[in-house]
Write a protein that binds this ligand. Structure first.
Ligand code: PMP
Length: 361
């Protein structure tokens, strides 16, 4: 059976090589006579898998030594609540920049614990831009500034790191982690659910500057404490071993393919293909995000009416292009082009788009 091109926003397409390796190792990992999923997280086998995944991710993203890397169960949404609990005192101000659906989720999760201040928002303009840095109003004494590096639903992505002075910058990189080189040292904390660029759902990565782990935060259980997870190599309780293993395979695959520089090149090429097809369609396809901040990872676009949109979704699926239906919050079509989507997949999509327009335009 041929594999289709899967444009799902997450859980998302994984590299075929990773799936094949997991398949080959499913019954007997490395000659031990059991699957890695069946082994204790305290045993040498899994500890080796976990340590390799961390070392490889550090290499892939050039993560400095003064940052801890945590592998945690719970999704990105869980981290959004934990940020407030771990790094802000009760009622302390925290600054959030609102650029789409996921910025708002981050605020909702932090809201019960801290004094959330919206430093800037592009909501009035329909989330089609990122508010210019000069327009942000940052609170004196804020615990952190939070941004969403890539808005998975609205298709808006920061193309440079905003300067926020001494206050640590926290960023939700769920849908763009490891998609291009970034300077980790510009951030106090980076978090991401793995299910887009790093592997399967069920595990999140938190990259945090170690000095921040000394902050008292708020009363909370040990299991909600990043410092405790860091002190125990993310094995405070039973970690999601299968997800961690698959994440490790995915990160290794990215290194083997040429690392983040190579993925930056491929991702730019894929996004250029799709945006050119949209912009060159004479208005048949529309994407209204300001060109300077258009996402390379998630490209939402619209057809002239609902009927054509529904036909596009069903015909593309029949043509082996999966999961192109847009998120219900915005409608239309959405193509997610994470690291595991080959350039040929984006090419197949634009070929389909041109053919569909010819038949229906
Ligand atoms: N942030 C972003 C940018 C996302 O895209 C998502 C999920 N699509 C989330 C947070 C929430 O992640 P999770 O479902 O893993 O909690």
């Amino acid at each position: 059976m041929a594999r289709a091109y899967n444009f799902s926003a997450g859980p998302a397409t994984l590299p075929e090589a990773v799936l094949r390796q997991a398949q080959a190792e499913m019954l007997d990992w490395n000659g031990v006579g059991a699957s890695i999923v069946e082994l204790s997280h305290r045993g040498a086998e899994f500890i080796g898998v976990a340590a390799r995944a961390e070392a490889d991710l550090r290499r892939l993203m050039s993560i400095p030594d003064d940052y801890a890397v945590l592998f945690l169960s719970g999704g990105a949404t869980t981290q959004q609540a934990l940020l407030a609990l771990n790094f802000a005192a009760p009622g302390q101000a925290v600054d959030y920049v609102v650029t789409g659906h996921w910025s708002k989720t981050a605020i909702r999760q932090a809201g019960p614990y801290v004094d959330v201040h919206v430093a800037a928002s592009s909501e009035a303009g329909g989330f089609r831009d990122i508010p210019p840095r000069e327009s942000w109003s940052l609170s004196p004494g804020a615990a952190y500034v939070h941004i969403t590096a890539n808005e998975t639903i609205h298709g808006v992505e920061y193309r440079q790191v905003p300067e926020v002075g001494e206050v640590p910058l926290f960023a939700d990189f769920s849908s763009s982690i490891a998609s291009e080189p970034i300077d980790v040292s510009r951030y106090g904390l980076i978090y991401a659910g793995a299910q887009k660029n790093l592997g399967p759902v069920g595990i999140s990565v938190v990259i945090v500057r170690r000095d921040l782990l000394e902050r008292a935060g708020q009363p909370r259980a040990d299991i909600f404490t990043y410092a405790s997870h860091a002190a125990r190599d993310s094995m405070l309780n039973t970690p999601p071993t299968w997800n961690w293993y698959l994440l490790g395979l995915t990160v290794k695959w990215m290194l083997d393919e040429g690392g983040v520089e190579e993925f930056a090149r491929r991702n730019a090429a894929k996004a250029a293909l799709v945006y050119q097809a949209i912009d060159g369609s004479g208005g048949f396809y529309r994407n209204e995000v300001a060109p300077a901040v258009r996402s390379r990872m998630n490209i939402p676009f619209f057809l002239p009416d609902e009927q054509l949109t529904a036909r596009f979704v069903s015909e593309s699926k029949a043509a082996g292009l999966l999961a192109l239906k847009g998120h219900k919050a915005v409608g239309g079509i959405r193509a997610s082009l994470y690291n595991a989507m080959p350039v040929a997949g984006a090419q197949a999509l634009v070929d389909f788009m041109r053919d569909f327009q010819q038949r229906n335009g």
